[in-house]
Write a protein that binds this ligand. Sequence first.
Ligand code: F3S
Length: 288
Amino acid sequence: MKVVTAKTAGFCFGVQRAVDKVYELISQNVAPIYTLGPIIHNEGVVEDLEKKGVQVIQEDQLETIQEGTVVIRSHGVGKNVYDRIKAQGLDYVDATCPFVLKIHRIVERESLAGSQIVIIGDREHPEVQGICGWCTGPFTVIRNKEDADQFVPIMGKKICVVSQTTFNYNKFKDLVEILRKKRYDNTVLNILNILNTICNATEERQKEAKHIAGEVDTMLVVGGRHSSNTQKLFEICKKECENTYYIQTPVDLDSEMFQCSSYVGITAGASTPKKIIEEVQEHVRIKF
Ligand code: F3S
């Protein structure tokens, strides 16, 4: 059986880096270790870390901790969280994805220069909340057409537009188009500085999955049942390869999936650990 696994399967660079940092601290016998929110949306990984003594805390618990090391996850946090960690005398390891850090630096710089900041994204998402926390002047979060329609440019202020890293590029373009027209509203002609800060990790994973699914006899998509990005990968692959299966672990593999198959492709959602992907790969190679 020939098996090909997508290079982009599983964790993106930023999440892998954050998870690695926590395991590195464990191997250095650092204790106690806290992560600000779960390091990744994968129960297996979070449970494993818990067994190794890593505790998940929320931002509002920071002041209850007397000692230890706090890991800031890839989503990043606002400036006030760094200040609170330092004020509490705690150590911290910053695992904010460098692509998110870049947005923090942009909005901080542009705010200080007097711009009105527009963040295209979901205001409930921790990454967006972190970005807001670096704005020192007026800022607005825009998620959809209605929000864009309601946006009021401040007379004479330059507008700086950034995006949540995982926002859909086509939606971003549409919303920016509405903002472009807005700058003429009530004769407020503002300079619009648009910075596309979308990360292409998701798009690349989808493109590669589509390509592989188009070539193999059976396609396996590995990921948690509730992972929306894994469901999306499954839909993309299913269109290319009728024999596409959504599995969570090697236990879900069945010989029926490989009838008349000599070439199998594997991809995985963004929160699927490398270990599970490798186990699936080995299982397919050995057993079928
Ligand atoms: Fe991942 Fe960083 Fe992109 S966390 S999705 S590589 S912005």
